[in-house]
Design a protein around this ligand. Structure first.
Ligand code: FAD
Ligand code: NA7
Length: 556
């Protein structure tokens, strides 16, 4: 029997479960755990045949997390820290996958997850305030709450090149990598894309294939990660200070517990700025983005240009051939206006190898695949294998892949035609009882994501608990609150440097997609405060009410 007093009086309908959650990555796993703690019945549907989400799918060589391992995990349960130990400063994909499998086992989560089950549609019924969720197998489940944990970066994007069907070699997308070792030994390998993923792949596979040809459209600012094993002493120190680490991470803009130089760059001489940057360069990873307050770096064009130029000089120093170096130097966007990638394995040095070639496909675009390789505007490259490191239909792709129909027959696709609209990235006007974990207009990808995910999951669980305590059946964001939130997010983004890049943050990587900056750029700390205030104010901006035909949940 539930710990919560569900409002069932007078209701004539029924629902199979209290909540359906889609996705079994960081978000879905924790959501399931929290809802179970509330005594709710939950079913989770997951397309993959195991838990892990991102870390289940992205098995390409070199796949690693850019967040430091000790903060790229859940903070909510001390027992999980006690019995888990990260081996390196930045974990590799198999280690993160093993961590999420460990969490699933420890919290006994798998029994409520249906694997290899894709959700294809979800339809809201107004009279009972329930959702009916349908899977690709034709199964239909009715539920009071419908919660998406589908991931911001989970629908791969592959450009539609002519001739791919005629290509006689093998091709792979990094986000759908097979669960087996691929031996590139004698192959001429081509890789398209130099984002975070391409950079990891290129430095890992350069030298492991007979020849690697990199097709680069836009160069990027890769900062050294400075990976290393975590020693016993360092680990003991982390464990002893975890409370403080989590508090600082939760209370930070990016969900990371790092300090920054307390001065703004205005108060420092050029030499002093250079010193700060050099020190941070040596620390590596996201600590570099914390040289000064990150919001300041991402909004002040002058300091940003100083930092961008600092990195450009580092690239020039590392690449022997000046012509190649200039091709690798980014000049079209400010540092941080696209997702900053990390360099684990001497990425720029890879281009000093004889068996690695850089092709600038901004200058001479890819025209088509041929049976033997790739033809660009000015050459042909013979290839045995092509790797698409071309990223994702980010932020909205996985949500819109589900046919979601809300109140009055309105579809999410139609509602979001001109770009996503949400209130807090958590609720959508016209779509009652739908919660979107890391939804558009929430901080999500601009943070160390487990921190943002935990905040969302906890807020949603508290909201459902509140509804049940107060006897509410239905919650829906108001149109006004949603409009204001979208305007607020857009205004914040316009005052930062994000608009100067053609990034997946804005949907610019997918041809034809409406371009609008999607994550909330005001900082996780501020966002958390806003969400807490909304909840404390009886869910201000949401409408809560009772429904005559509210369902009872079978088996409860
Ligand atoms: P996901 O892990 O994407 O899980 C979503 C799940 O939903 C998937 O398993 C998917 O199969 C399932 N799903 C989607 N649609 C359906 C459907 N219709 N039916 C059934 N199942 C469905 N974040 C960081 O903070 N730091 C990093 O350094 C970092 N590095 C990254 C590196 C890579 C290569 C990638 C791709 C992402 C990285 N991220 C990083 C972002 C990462 O996605 C998040 O940190 C986190 O893993 C997201 O968890 P999630 O559960 O929200 O989504
Ligand atoms: P990204 O960052 O979107 O990178 C994709 C790369 O693919 C990028 O260099 C693109 O160039 C390139 N691309 C995309 N389409 C084409 C075409 N048509 N021709 C040539 N090149 C193309 O995805 P990642 O997977 O690297 O990173 C996404 C997140 O996953 C990252 O934040 C991590 O969290 C992990 P462009 O820059 O658009 O010119």
């Amino acid at each position: 029997m539930s710990d919560i007093d569900t409002h069932t009086e007078g209701g004539t309908g029924s629902a199979d479960v209290d909540a359906v959650v889609i996705g079994a990555g960081f978000s879905g796993l924790y959501m399931l755990h929290r809802l179970r703690e509330l005594g709710l019945s939950v079913r989770v549907f997951e397309k993959g045949d195991g838990v892990g989400g991102t870390w289940y799918w992205n098995r390409y060589p070199g796949a690693r997390c850019d967040s430091e391992s000790h903060i790229y995990c859940y903070s909510f349960a001390e027992e999980l820290h006690e019995d888990w130990e990260w081996s390196e400063r930045y974990p590799e994909q198999p280690e993160i996958l093993a961590y999420l499998q460990f969490v699933a086992d420890r919290l006994d989560l798998r029994r409520d997850i249906e694997f290899e089950t894709e959700v294809t549609s979800a339809t809201y019924d107004e009279s009972s305030s329930t959702w009916t969720v349908e899977t690709a197998d034709g199964e239909r489940v009715s539920t009071r709450f419908f919660i998406t944990a589908v991931g911001c970066l989970s629908k791969p994007f592959r450009p539609d090149f002519d001739g791919l069907d005629d290509f006689e070699g093998e091709w792979y997308h990094t986000a759908r990598w097979p669960d087996e070792e691929i031996d590139f030994g004698d192959d001429h390998v081509g890789v398209i894309g130099t984002g975070s993923t391409g950079i990891q792949f290129i430095s890992e596979v350069g030298g492991r294939a007979d020849h690697l040809t990199v097709f680069q459209r836009t160069p990027n600012y890769a900062v050294p990660a400075r990976n290393r094993p975590l020693g016993d002493e360092e680990y003991a120190d982390i464990r002893a200070n975890y409370d403080d680490i989590w508090e600082r991470a939760r209370d930070s803009r990016l969900g990371m517990p790092f300090d920054w130089e307390q001065h703004t760059a205005f108060n420092l001489s050029d030499e002093e700025i250079e010193e700060v940057l050099e020190e941070r360069w040596q620390q590596g990873g996201f600590r570099f983005l914390h040289a000064f307050e990150p919001g300041y770096i991402l909004s002040n064009a002058e300091i940003n240009e100083t930092i961008s130029e600092f990195i450009r000089e580092k690239i020039r120093e590392k690449v022997d051939d000046p012509e190649t170096a200039e091709k690798l130097v980014p000049t079209d966007h400010p540092y941080g206006s696209k997702r900053p990638p990390m360099d684990y394995n001497d990425y720029y040095g890879t281009y000093n190898r004889d068996d690695v070639t850089l092709v600038d496909v901004d200058e001479a675009p890819i025209e088509a695949f041929t049976p033997d390789g790739i033809r660009t505007a000015d050459d042909h490259y013979d290839l045995d294998t092509v790797v698409f490191a071309t990223g994702f239909d980010a932020m909205t792709g996985a949500l819109l892949a589900i046919d979601i129909e809300g109140r009055d027959g309105q579809t999410l696709e139609a509602k979001w035609e001109a770009g996503p609209r949400t209130y807090l990235g958590l609720g959508i006007h016209g779509f009652p009882n739908l919660f979107t974990i890391t939804g558009p207009q929430s901080p999500s990808v601009l943070t160390n994501m487990p921190m943002a995910i935990e905040q969302h999951v906890e807020w949603i669980a508290d909201c459902i608990a509140y509804m049940d305590e107060q006897g509410y059946d239905r919650i829906e964001a108001t149109e006004d609150a949603e409009t204001q939130w979208v305007q607020n997010t857009n205004m914040l983004a316009e005052n930062m440097l994000f608009s100067e890049a053609k990034s997946w943050y804005r949907g610019a990587n997918v041809p034809g997609k409406t371009q609008v900056f999607t994550p909330f750029p005001g900082g996780l700390d501020n966002y958390r405060e806003i969400c807490d205030r909304v909840a404390g104010d009886d869910y201000d901006g949401f409408e809560l009410d009772r429904v005559d035909d509210a369902p009872t949940v079978e088996g409860r």
